[in-house]
Design a protein around this ligand. Structure first.
Ligand code: ADE
Length: 288
């Protein structure tokens, strides 16, 4: 079933953008996901098509108007619901039991995962903002397992707060830095979702070994040539001993996580007897 995405933006020409190439681009062509950029300006009512106004209480910048956003969000909600209905009908007609929706699974199958994902089982509406809940691989997996997503991209100082009170909108951040708008963040979120869609990455798509899936950062990878600029591939990887290789990779993943991401290591329940300096020592031993 197609994963439907909609992006509410002032710059619709930015989409699919990067996602029109490579893996995501191919998947788009194959209909594994759909991408509709909706210009928020189309919902403006004055002849200047203005979408923003000065902040109440004064201060710098401009704020996106709740009345314009409200109309845009309402349009998008109906629009994606129609697409999802049509995809489900199509996959039912095709007897597709692989799709999320089957005759025994009603349109209300999607579980309520977190606040912001609406209870009717439709696609969540997510506003990209630096003050949002940090995006995680777990949330990406939840979004990608649903029928689609609507992304709301801010510009200027942000959104009139009342839009979050009046509509079921989840706020998400992709990191503790400020981008010039939500479009790059939306692209990041979509990329992370699309690669998980069935059929997008083939056999390697389980990604079970990847950073954030195991709770650890990834171990180092090597490929030919065996020697490059005086550096060799660690002996163990050339030993053919799969148990030893697995143990080495595990140790490396743990060392790197301890060193670079003590927060992840802590959450992973890392052994406290091994210090970051131990990890550093291990890295140096490997000639890095
Ligand atoms: N918009 C601006 N900065 C952002 C960030 N860090 N994450 C999500 N959206 C944003």
């Amino acid at each position: 079933m197609t994963f439907h995405t909609q992006i509410l933006t002032l710059y619709p020409e930015m989409f699919p953008g990067l996602l029109g190439a490579s893996l995501a681009g191919k998947a788009l062509e194959q209909g594994l996901w759909s991408c509709e950029a909706i210009n928020m300006r189309d919902f403006a009512t004055d002849r200047h098509r203005s979408v923003d106004d000065t902040p109440a209480g004064g201060g710098a910048g401009m704020v996106l108007r709740a009345d314009i956003l409200g109309k845009a969000v309402d349009f998008a909600t109906d629009n994606i619901a129609a697409k999802i209905r049509s995809s489900r009908a199509q996959s039912r007609d095709a007897g597709d039991t692989q799709g999320v929706s089957t005759s025994s699974q009603s349109d209300e199958v999607y579980p309520e995962h977190v606040e912001g994902l609406d209870t009717n089982g439709e696609a969540p509406i997510i506003a990209l903002t630096p003050r949002g809940t940090p995006l995680t691989q777990a949330r990406v997996r939840e979004i990608a397992s649903g029928p689609g997503v609507t992304l709301l991209c801010g510009r200027f100082e942000g959104f009139d707060e009342r839009i979050f009170e009046a509509r079921d909108i989840e706020e998400v951040s992709i990191g503790d830095y400020i981008l010039s708008g939500g479009e790059v963040a939306a692209t990041v979120l979509l990329d992370a979702c699309i690669r998980l869609l069935p059929g997008v990455m083939g056999a390697s798509s389980s990604g079970d070994d990847e950073s954030f899936e195991t709770g650890l950062l990834e171990y180092p990878h090597y490929t030919r040539p065996v020697e490059w600029e005086g550096r060799t591939i660690p002996e163990v990887l050339r030993s053919g001993d799969h148990a030893k290789i697995a143990a080495w990779r595990r140790e490396q993943a743990e060392a790197i996580t301890r060193l670079r991401r003590p927060d992840l290591w802590e959450r992973h329940g890392g052994a406290s007897d091994r210090s970051p300096s131990g990890a550093q020592r291990q890295k140096k031993e490997n000639g890095k």
